[in-house]
Ligand binder design. Structure first.
Ligand code: MGD
Ligand code: MGD
Ligand code: SF4
Ligand code: MO
Length: 745
């Protein structure tokens, strides 16, 4: 049996080296900081929560004798991390020490995209932005400005935009990530899965991973709980065309043909219903539409699914039995990045339904009921009522989307006579849209149509190259931010405070939004003098204070009731139209969508092409960490996983650089080295997302590896909620460097 230590060691290759080496000493290597042996630990510690990914683990920052940031460790009280950070979190120090950081506000001087800027003062930058914003509001209405944000500063720019009169605030973590999952679960259980997910992995007896590659996807608490569950004998079933780290820890690996998961899920539902494995009492008490579902899946037998998925019928039967044996302590994991093929909301529905049949929602070892502290906003005047929103650009479409679509706003920025809402200004905070939204051509066309593009970032990422104004934010280690609150088994809050003065002429987003509000005449919405005053006020409303939080970092509250799981015979009201768990979705039916999931066939790779699939590497978070000196020490390029048979056919060897060309003739800008392996199906190739950076100001990551985004030119939009399916692209290999003219956008 694998122990947690082994699992983490294997999954986070280099985690050990990280803790001892790069994480601590690598950080200082790029500065003229003292040599490692001279470091003396200052016993004082400063609370923070990590910004290297959105799990937001709480930790402590330590400084050395010279008062320089030295290392970050996990906060023992924090339920997101249980006192331990993942390799990326440990390496977060490198964000502070990265010598390629943005240093000063920049104003574009040449053509947009020509990457020519002049340094300006903060005041000049704000004056420019506020003039343009006022002009756009006057000519087109304030709703024509949108905020794209991923990360903490979004709170403040969000308030600024709402005060300005625009409701168009969006994050790529919805339509490019977990949107379909939330819509699928809301339709079924009346509740979203949320972040951190309410999966009770710690106590599960069977965990089914549909693609979700926990262990490479390093969401800290989940990785730890999965290791604990394995130690306690839980069976892991991994469905993935690639032999992932999770697959290597699994009782069953189902190397499914990509894009066919819905057929497998329907066959499992068939088996669980017709073998009467389902939780009868639970289904009878809580579910709506069982008989319709039973009729619907009658013909979706394991034999039927075999022809589609390539997974043998007896394996489908055995794994269904395995889940049933564990019920209700079983989790069919909802995944997180689920925008794959455009029918993703239906796949998420099928996952939700399987969980419902096995009685795992609200049960120990299945899904717990999360709790969180809600923190009141600092008093401000009511926001004005906007007269339009992004939805006006999509009449009668995506009505079930519960959040704004980043890709939708991008599309609605390209002028069209068919729309009454065209966006003219973008404020982009902490999201590298060029590499984040699929279909780069559309993103760049939209950007070229703008009157104003403001980018708030810490690094000179691709998106900053297209900005009119770049506002350099200090890193999370140099600032206060909003109080972290998030759903968990117990409600908790965490504080982030500066461990150091901001380097260079960088500032926190909160300061920027407040200053900009003055230029826009909206200062009443930022009615605090210092951020400390605001945070202290907020903390006092929930029975704490800034002084207390500075000492403890994380505060845990008791749940209002002892209701982590449904109690026996509890009457539960679900927030669905019928008040029940909807196996048959009345909300989908009302909008004209299939009330029960179906399987839709997808296009197969053409002759000589392979499906491009992608995922996460344990040491990186997208492009967020691409240039981080600590993390590039561990992994500085991505590799292309190619099946052994395919490699033989093409005469490819491990380490050989290749360029990729997709079905639309788009060629990768940089080569990627081949990794020949039997750990992937022959019909697919795989790479980690977040590499192949094209901005030369990123000196460590420029041209290292290849960008998957550049090759994702075909997007399959989910008709239910507008998610962008990105795995319907196919690539072939070019073994010679292509001519410049071939590398077009
Ligand atoms: N280290 C690290 N961890 C991260 C992140 C990071 O950047 N770095 N990002 C975080 C974020 S924002 C997210 S959303 C999550 C994403 O993490 P997950 O939700 O786990 O991501 P997925 O895209 O579901 O999983 C990728 C896996 O899907 C497999 N796959 C590809 N096509 C198919 C298919 O058709 N069917 C099936 N069954 N599997 C397929 C791939 O081989 C790969 O193993 O990770 C989070 N954790
Ligand atoms: N091709 C492809 N596209 C994808 C994915 C994929 O796997 N493949 N994954 C999708 C998923 S799951 C998600 S969640 C999204 C994520 O998409 P993004 O959130 O856009 O992810 P990043 O590329 O890491 O961009 C983060 C940006 O924030 C900046 N940044 C880091 N720290 C700070 C800070 O403290 N303040 C500010 N202001 N900026 C900061 C970084 O320098 C970087 O430019 O991408 C989606 N798009
Ligand atoms: S999982 Fe890792 S990178 Fe993400 S917040 Fe936690 S420590 Fe930071
Ligand atoms: Mo994501």
């Amino acid at each position: 049996m694998t122990s947690r230590r082994q699992f983490i060691k294997i999954s986070a290759y280099g985690a050990g080296a990280m803790a001892m080496g790069a994480g601590v000493f690598g950080a200082v290597k790029h500065l003229s900081a003292p040599a490692a042996e001279n470091l003396v630990v200052d016993t004082s510690r400063i609370p923070t929560y990590c910004e290297v990914c959105f799990w937001k683990c709480a930790g402590w920052v330590y400084k050395n004798e010279q008062g320089k940031i030295w290392k970050i460790t996990g906060n023992d009280e924090d339920l997101n991390c249980n006192g331990r950070l993942c390799p990326r979190g440990t390496g977060g120090v490198g964000m502070y020490y990265d010598d390629d950081r943005l240093q000063t506000p920049l104003l574009r001087v040449g053509e947009r995209g020509a990457q020519t800027f002049k340094p300006v003062s903060w005041d000049e930058a704000f004056a420019y932005i506020s003039e343009k914003m006022k002009q756009i509001a006057k000519e087109h209405g304030p709703e024509c400005i949108a905020l794209f944000t991923h990360g903490s500063g979004g709170t403040y720019f969000g308030d600024l935009l709402k005060a300005f009169g625009s409701p168009n605030i969006t994050a790529p973590s919805y339509a490019q990530c977990r949107g379909p999952r939330e819509v699928g679960f809301i339709a079924t259980f009346g509740e979203e899965v949320g972040s951190p997910e309410n999966t009770d992995i710690r106590d599960t007896k069977c965990l089914v991973l549909i693609g979700s590659h926990i262990g490479e996807n390093m969401h800290n608490g989940q990785v730890q709980e999965m290791s604990d569950a394995i130690d306690k004998g839980a069976a892991i079933i991994t469905v993935d065309p690639r032999f992932s780290t999770a697959a290597s820890k699994s009782k069953y690996w189902l190397p499914i043909k990509p894009a066919t998961d819905n057929a497998l899920l329907l066959a499992w539902i068939h088996e669980i219903i017709y073998k009467e494995y389902y939780d009868k009492k639970y289904v009878e008490k809580y579910c709506f539409g069982f008989e319709q579902l039973k009729g619907h899946v009658r013909n979706f037998t394991p034999e039927w699914a075999y022809g589609i998925t390539t997974i043998a019928p007896d394996i489908i039967r055995e794994t269904a039995k395995e889940m049933a044996n564990a019920s209700p302590a079983v989790i069919i994991h909802p995944g997180r990045h689920v925008t794959w093929y455009g029918d993703d909301t239906q796949r998420s529905r099928a996952i939700a339904i399987l969980n419902a049949l096995l009685g795992s929602w609200g049960r120990r070892g299945g899904f717990f009921r999360p709790e969180k502290v809600s923190i009141p906003s600092f008093p401000h005047p009511p926001f004005p009522e906007p007269s339009r929103s992004w939805r006006n650009a999509f009449p009668n479409k995506y009505k079930l989307a519960d959040l704004a679509l980043a890709s939708g706003i991008c599309e609605a920025t390209i002028p069209s006579t068919a729309r009454d809402c065209t966006f003219k200004g973008w404020i982009v905070n902490g999201t590298n849209l060029i590499e984040t939204l699929p279909d780069q051509k559309q993103t760049l066309t939209a950007i070229q149509s703008l009157d104003l593009l403001v980018v708030i970032d810490t690094m000179p990422m691709e998106i900053t190259g297209w900005a009119d104004v770049v506002l350099p934010e200090c890193t999370y280690l140099e600032r206060y931010d909003s109080i972290r609150t998030g759903p968990n088994r117990k409600p908790q809050v965490a504080l982030r405070m500066p461990a150091s003065e901001p380097l260079y002429d960088t500032k926190p987003a909160a300061w920027m939004a407040k200053e900009l509000s003055k230029h826009l005449g909206l200062e009443d919405y930022f009615n605090w003098t210092t951020i400390e005053e605001m945070l202290d006020w907020q903390l006092k409303q929930i029975g704490s204070s800034l002084e207390e939080m500075k000492r403890i970092g994380v505060k845990t509250f008791e749940r209002p009731a002892d209701d982590l799981y449904f109690s026996d015979n509890e009457e539960v009201e679900f927030f669905t139209p019928t008040g029940k768990i909807e196996l048959y979705s009345t909300s989908f039916e009302a909008e004209g969508f299939d009330p029960m999931p179906i399987y839709t066939p997808h296009e197969e790779p053409p002759q000589g092409f392979y499906r491009l699939i992608y995922g996460r590497g344990p040491a990186h978070t997208f492009s967020r960490t691409a240039n981080n000196p600590n993390l590039t020490d561990i992994m500085d390029e991505n590799l292309l996983w190619v099946n052994l048979k395919v490699a033989k056919l093409w005469g490819l060897a491990s380490g050989q650089p290749v360029w990729l060309k997709n079905q639309d003739g788009i060629v990768s800008e940089f080569p990627i080295k081949v990794r020949v392996t039997e750990r992937i199906r022959w019909d697919s190739v795989y790479m980690v997302h977040g590499f192949g950076h094209a901005d030369k100001r990123l000196r460590r990551s420029y041209g290292k590896g290849t960008s998957d985004t550049k090759l994702i030119t075909r997007v399959h939009i989910d008709p239910i909620m507008g998610g962008t399916g990105m795995r319907g692209n196919f690539v072939t290999f070019l073994t010679e460097k292509p001519a410049e003219t071939e590398v077009a956008l």
